[in-house]
Structure formats: structure tokens, C-alpha cells
Ligand binder design. Structure first.
Ligand code: 5GP
Length: 156
């Protein structure tokens, strides 16, 4: 079954709002920065502490990131998650990463949401991420076929 992505393949990734934030053309509430990664508060938080972590590489989606950019983000994500949890007073949180318009990606520059999940919320603060999880059952024959397809793709 084919997956259809609704994001604009023609848009240059260096023109997104996040590239402008990286270049300092648009302000942000910066939480962390190094040579490869920037983290800042989400402008429309769904929970107190909602933070975005982005690579400085202008890749639209996760699959388009270089291994180096992926490693740079991965290296700081745990530390950022710990800091956001301590600051928000939450022990539960979601890391959300949307790819493609169909998957709710609005800004076509890879970003990881760190979203605290508060047990109770204060006035004006969001409740964090709500998740729909319409699960099915894994069919053994289909799984075997799928594994082969993924292995072939991994070899490319
Ligand atoms: P997406 O749906 O693409 O995964 O999420 C994009 C996120 O970027 C949204 O949560 C939205 O509030 C946030 N966002 C969009 N524009 C800006 C901006 O200019 N500044 C900041 N800090 N966040 C933004």
C-alpha cells in the first residue's frame, strides 16, 4: 500500500520559519544551542515546557537528515528531556516527531517536540499530547514479507 505525503516537495527547506530562526532572522525563546542543534520553546505550547529540538541542517523530514545531524540531535535529546522535565515538574512526557503533512507536520524542517505530560494542569497550561492509537494485529506472513522489503531498502 502506498503512503501519500501532502507536503510541498518544491519548497526549499532553507526558507522555512525554523531556518529563519536558526539564522537569527526571527526571534525565539532559545533553550540550547550548539554547532549542529538548536532547541527553543514552542510558540503555541500544548503543555508547560513544550520545547522544539531541531538540527541546523535544513532537512525537511527525518529520513532526509544526514547521519551526522541525526547523531547530533540524538546526543542532546536525553539531556534536554531531563532539563525540560525538571523545569516543568513533570515525570512523564512525549517526544513527537511528525513527517509529512498527512502526519501533521506543519513546518518542513525536521523537529522533535519534547512535550511534558502533566498529571494536572495549571491555569492557561495545556494538557500535553493526546494520542489516538488505532492498533491492528500483526500477521505472521505479512511480517515476513515486510521484513524482507525493509532489509532490501536498508541495503540501498
Ligand atoms: P509540527 O506540526 O510541524 O510537528 O509542529 C510545528 C510546531 O512549530 C508547532 O507546535 C508550532 O506551534 C511551532 N511553531 C510554528 N512556528 C513557530 C515559530 O515561529 N516559533 C516557534 N517557537 N514555534 C513555532
Amino acid at each position: 500500500m502506498a503512503c501519500h505525503y501532502y507536503f510541498d516537495m518544491g519548497t526549499t527547506t532553507s526558507d522555512t520559519i525554523f531556518s529563519k530562526i536558526i539564522r537569527g532572522e526571527i526571534p525565539c525563546h532559545r533553550v540550547y544551542e550548539d554547532d549542529h542543534v538548536l532547541a527553543f520553546l514552542d510558540i503555541n505550547p500544548i503543555a508547560y515546557g513544550h520545547t522544539l529540538v531541531i538540527p541546523k541542517q535544513a532537512a525537511a523530514t527525518l529520513d532526509r537528515m544526514s547521519d551526522e545531524a541525526g547523531a547530533a540531535v540524538g546526543r542532546v535529546l536525553p539531556r534536554l528531556a531531563r532539563a525540560v522535565m525538571e523545569a516543568s515538574g513533570c515525570s512523564a512526557y512525549n517526544v513527537l516527531q511528525n513527517n509529512g503533512g498527512l502526519a501533521h507536520q506543519a513546518v518542513m524542517h525536521v523537529h522533535f517536540h519534547i512535550i511534558p505530560k502533566p498529571a494536572t494542569t495549571g491555569v492557561g497550561h495545556g494538557v500535553g499530547l493526546g494520542i489516538g492509537w488505532p492498533s491492528g494485529k500483526l500477521d505472521a506472513a505479512e511480517a515476513k514479507e515486510l521484513i524482507e522489503k525493509i532489509k532490501i531498502a536498508l541495503r540501498r
